[in-house]
Ligand binder design. Structure first.
Ligand SMILES: *[C@@H]1O[C@H](CO)[C@@H](O)[C@H](O)[C@H]1NC(C)=O
Length: 524
């Protein structure tokens, strides 16, 4: 992996020198710039402010320009920010319209029409610079609150330790796709198996999730049984559940699988005939993993079984989980549950995988921002809890849907000042301009254990070269999002000065000497 990374980022020293000179020149020009430029820009900004409001005579919206020191201190504690940060706060007013969800929407406006303010978190000012709200149109898409997901029954195996782990515990994420966001079930059921958990641990876990509004049943699972077999046995357990007559789909997934948009997921599933025998899922986007483990649904992306097919797998369970079958399902990395399941279906039925390609296994490492910033509308996400894979905050990413609708999740806006805002994920600035194909994914990530350079092309299309360590990109990434009592959503995007990605060149100089926070407040 390390070798692959090094080769992917190797740059020619001549190009490095050019970048460095360009940076020096830029720095020189910047320091010469008169102080009045900033004031002028603020004045221009205020001028634009008036007409926007004049167009809406009935509009009484007044942005709250105060700086909330409590929020900044909390961010500082959690994300290790400097005392002095570069800060900007902006309202985004969205209008829900009957328009399609585009991959990227150009806005004839600037995202940050003024310079950042330097704010001392220990002694924050009362007021921030009051920018007029940015106005955007968004598609009229449904809210998580209104989904009826009762046709789905999910099955997950994990351990008590993982379930309650502060860093990787999945319950908050589950509450997004299993509840209405207000402590009530959205109708979907969950059968959770806890490996080697005590009765007390099972009762405690059940109580915590019930409190969150998750309709869950928690059972024991025995670590003596091989993992692949435990995985396969989950499907008969889902099939045998008393709620099955009211379900259409039995879904197996991992404890780190996330479904951002339940309406969209149900809409896609609604295109299939749930009365027929169906096995729906997706291959890994990494062709390496398919070559290694075979062509089947990769469980982390979510695997959907119609009831008639689940019935057959349940009937075949004993024959499908013999020691011989487990041996055959060993791809060199131990017996694979996904493989055992595929063999059970393929060897006993004519059913083959129906690919639903907006489900994502995300067998990607390092920095997966290129995927999140690609303008897509993923039906599932996986492997975002760090470790050898990537780190992302899908619960926080998805909070925008509570005010703006599901289509707003990861929707992109390009502004005149060379920013691309990916709603809920990042605010990326391209100081040298946006002169690349925005419809092509940026190849910020690697694959494990080996990276051929093209192993994701069959799923993503060829990707454009990464702008990491090029001085051409910097991004503030979402670390927290809060649904406020008035229905607005407050997002905090953070850029750390020592982020390895924001360098002028590979191993070159940092682009910033200060940590930065951008606060966006989305209001209807
Ligand atoms: C600041 O934010 C905190 C937490 O979000 C909130 O409880 C508090 O009321 C806010 N303070 C002000 C002055 O708005």
């Amino acid at each position: 992996m390390a070798a692959a990374m090094a080769s992917a980022f190797t740059r020619n020293p001549f190009i490095r020198a050019i970048f460095f000179s360009a940076f020096c020149l830029l720095l020189f020009v910047y320091t010469l710039r008169p102080q009045t430029a900033r004031l002028q820009r603020i004045e221009e900004n205020l001028e634009v402010y008036a007409p926007v409001h004049a167009q809406k005579p009935t509009d009484t919206f007044q942005p709250d320009c105060s700086v909330n020191g409590t929020n900044l201190k909390s961010l500082q504690e959690r994300f290790g920010l400097d005392d002095k940060i570069e800060y900007a706060k902006r309202y985004v007013r969205f209008t829900r319209k009957e328009i399609p969800r585009k991959s990227i929407t150009k806005i004839e406006d600037e995202l940050l029409p003024a310079e950042f303010e330097t704010v001392d978190i220990r002694n924050p000012p009362k007021q921030a610079e009051c920018l007029r709200p940015l106005e955007v149109d968004v598609p009229k898409s449904p809210y998580p609150e209104t989904v009826d997901a009762s046709e789905l029954l999910f099955g997950i195996s994990t351990t008590y330790g993982r379930l309650h782990d502060e860093r990787i515990g999945p319950m908050k994420e589950w509450s997004h796709w299993l509840t209405d966001g207000h402590g009530n079930s959205n109708g979907a059921g969950l059968i959770l198996r806890l490996i080697d958990a005590s009765d007390d641990e099972i009762e405690h876990s059940k109580a915590v999730m019930k409190e969150m509004g998750i309709d869950v049943q928690v059972f024991h699972s025995d670590s003596q049984i091989e993992m692949a077999q435990r995985y396969l046995s989950l499907l008969p357990a889902l099939y045998d559940d008393a709620s099955r007559p009211n379900r259409k789909w039995l879904v197996m997934c991992d404890d780190d699988t996330f479904f951002p948009s339940m309406h969209a997921l149900l809409e896609e599933l609604g295109k299939f005939d749930s009365e027929s025998e169906l096995y729906i899922g997706t291959l890994s986007e990494d062709v390496n993993q398919v070559a290694r483990h075979g062509s089947q649904a990769f469980g982390g992306a979510g695997v959907f079984f119609s009831i008639p097919l689940a019935k057959r797998v349940a009937a075949d369970y004993d024959a499908c989980s013999t020691p011989d079958k487990l041996r055959e399902a060993n791809t060199g990395w131990g017996a694979q549950g996904d493989v055992l399941l595929r063999k059970c279906i393929y060897e006993n039925t004519d059913v083959r995988l129906t690919a639903l390609n907006s489900l994502w296994q995300l067998d990607l490492c390092t920095d997966v921002s290129g995927f999140y910033e690609s303008g897509g509308k993923p039906l599932s996400l996986h492997h975002f809890k760090g470790g050898m894979w990537h780190t992302a905050f899908p619960f926080e990413i998805s909070q925008i849907s509570h005010t703006c609708g599901e289509d707003c999740i990861l929707q992109r806006f390009q502004t005149k000042d060379n920013f691309i805002l990916t709603n809920g994920y990042s605010i990326a600035h391209y100081p040298k301009g946006i002169d690349f194909n925005v419809n092509q994914m940026e190849r910020t990530f690697n694959s494990a254990p080996s990276d051929l350079g093209w192993n994701m092309d069959y799923a993503f299309g060829p990707q454009r070269q990464t702008l990491i360590e090029s001085g051409k990109k910097v991004s503030w990434e979402l670390k927290d999002a809060i649904v406020e009592t008035d229905g607005s959503v407050r997002q905090f995007y953070i850029r750390k000065k020592d982020d390895w990605r924001w360098k002028e060149t590979r191993n070159g100089k940092r682009m910033f000497n200060t940590d930065g926070v951008i606060e966006l407040i989305w209001v209807p």
